[in-house]
Design a binder for this molecule. Structure first.
Ligand code: GLU
Length: 501
């Protein structure tokens, strides 16, 4: 229960993939649960894959999800810098120390030689791995060749001098998979520093995790094969290896690895589609973990209280967009009205239905609109469409069905009676609207569908939409707040009537 230091170490190659975002979330939950530290480190040494703006995209994704970091490239911290591209000196110093301690050596082999060795090994049915050729170079000779400017890579000495290769085993502690053991002789001597001086992933990650005092590494199980090499490197550098938690791969509903073929797979895409971040987080946490009970609608507080890495499943998890929709509607249904109202406002403004600066007293109106839509949307992009009745101008009906309603017997009487009833004033609440309806019913002499369908079409231009008891007062108040954007009730009815003539 002590405070645990964890890190999220994305390579800045674009918006976070759902699998990566889940890794971020699991790390964050552990940090918050233990009052520990969540470190953000950018693994940006792969110049070829580096993308302009990718770092900002990662920040944006994490912020949108509500996952804050305690140390990182932008906020700094005691173990910085937090971009690998700025940590070159540390890797060079660690490599020099390993050479000094005889746990690493310079490799002068050319690509051609290494390729020849591999070809021969493959032909002999062996797993290709470096044959240790440069290990035979005498240390002074090696230093002399380096000083003379001969290019070299630096390799790790997986089997220490004098050790029996058969006896070198590497123990990995994994919260999810249990204790694992690997035979060192299978690993070969991995490159730590390339000929151009750049540290490899396996080396940089260990220098950084050691330097940043990371206690627990939570990451995708695609990294599992790297782990024994990394554990050995920690030990060679005199650092205690962290505990690991390798989380299972994410699949689509067809059982295949989640990819573009499955549709939206990045956090940014779901943000753009208007999903609530609460629902995306909920879907992410369920990729491999679930609480004791089967009530799967979770907010961050509950996740922090209940999340345990040891209970993450070992088998691949499935991302199901239908489940996300379901979670989204659940989260919207339980969202505080002020939060929902703010998002509804943002969606309507974003779609151009309303101007950016709201009148000072529009708060209650937005809350009313939010309550009207609460059970009707699962993502905020649906708001403009589902709120269309608020912005209807009357006049020509929106569709054929609505047109037919106005052609039916008695419809003209209803709309005329409504027009007359509204001249006494527009109903600002449900009671007042009910009184208007009662009068129209009496004046037009119709009831049921023959009454309600023309009323609806006269107000909204459509046969479907929110309950009029709720909608009408919002139209009236909306017109007062936004006279240029929300057409008034009486004007709609008047225009409909004119259209019917
Ligand atoms: N940069 C690596 C990745 O994005 C991080 C791996 C790790 O967490 O060690 O896959």
């Amino acid at each position: 229960d002590r405070p645990i230091r964890v890190r999220f170490a994305p390579s800045p190659t674009g918006s976070l993939h759902l699998g990566n975002a889940r890794t971020a979330l699991y790390n964050w939950l552990i940090a918050r649960r233990t009052s520990g530290t969540f470190v953000l480190r950018l693994e940006d040494t792969d110049v070829d894959r580096h993308q302009e703006g990718a770092e900002a995209a990662i920040y944006e994704d994490l912020r949108w999800l509500g996952l804050d970091w305690d140390e990182g490239p932008d906020v700094g911290g005691p173990h910085g810098p937090y971009r690998q591209s700025e940590r070159h000196d540390r890797y060079a110093a660690a490599a020099a120390a390993l050479i000094e301690g005889d746990r690493a050596y310079r490799c002068f082999c050319t690509d051609d030689r290494i390729e020849d060795v591999r070809t021969r090994q493959r032909a002999a049915g062996q797993v290709p791995r470096y044959d240790g050729h440069c290990l035979q170079t005498d240390r002074d000779e090696s230093a002399r060749r380096a000083a003379a400017g001969e290019p070299f890579a630096i390799r790790f000495r997986t089997i220490p001098a004098l050790a029996d290769p058969e006896q070198v085993w590497i123990a990995v502690r994994d919260e999810i998979r249990g204790d694992l053991e690997f035979a060192a002789k299978e690993l070969g001597d991995p490159v730590l520093v390339r000929r151009d001086g750049r540290a490899t992933y396996n080396f940089a990650v260990v220098v950084d995790d050691a330097g940043m005092e990371i206690d627990l590494v939570v990451r995708g199980d695609d990294h599992l094969s790297n782990t024994p090499r990394q554990v050995q490197l920690f030990e060679a550098l005199g650092a205690r290896p962290p505990v690991f938690a390798h989380v299972p791969m994410v699949r689509g509903t067809d059982g295949e690895k989640l990819s573009k073929r499955h549709g939206a797979t990045s956090v940014a895409e779901y943000r753009r589609l208007g999903y609530p971040p609460e629902a995306v987080l909920n879907a992410l946490v369920l990729l491999g973990w679930g609480p004791q009970d089967d009530d799967a609608v979770l907010d961050l507080d509950r996740m922090v209280r209940e999340f345990e890495p040891a209970r993450v499943s070992r088998s691949p998890s499935t991302f199901d967009p239908a489940k996300l929709d379901w979670l989204a509607s659940k989260h919207i249904q339980s969202m505080p009205v002020a939060t929902l109202a703010a998002r509804v406002a943002e969606a309507l403004i974003g779609a151009g239905a309303l101007p950016a600066d709201a009148p000072a007293d529009a708060g209650p109106w937005f809350e009313g609109v939010a309550e009207m839509l609460r059970t009707k949307v699962e993502r905020m992009n649906q708001v403009p469409d589902r709120a269309a009745a608020l912005f209807a101008a009357g006049g020509k009906p929106a569709d054929d069905g609505a047109g037919e309603v106005l052609l039916a017997d008695g419809a003209g009487d209803v709309v005329r009676a409504l027009d007359a009833a509204l001249s006494a004033g527009e109903p600002s609440d449900a009671e007042a609207w009910k009184a208007v309806v009662a009068r129209v019913k009496q004046d037009a002499g119709v009831k049921g569908k023959a009454l309600f369908h023309p009323l609806r079409v006269a107000v909204t231009g459509s046969t479907a939409g929110p309950e009029l008891d709720r909608l009408v007062p919002l139209v009236v108040a909306g017109h007062r707040a936004y006279p240029d954007h929300v057409p008034g009730l009486a004007a709609r009815v008047r225009r409909t009537l004119e259209e019917m003539r």
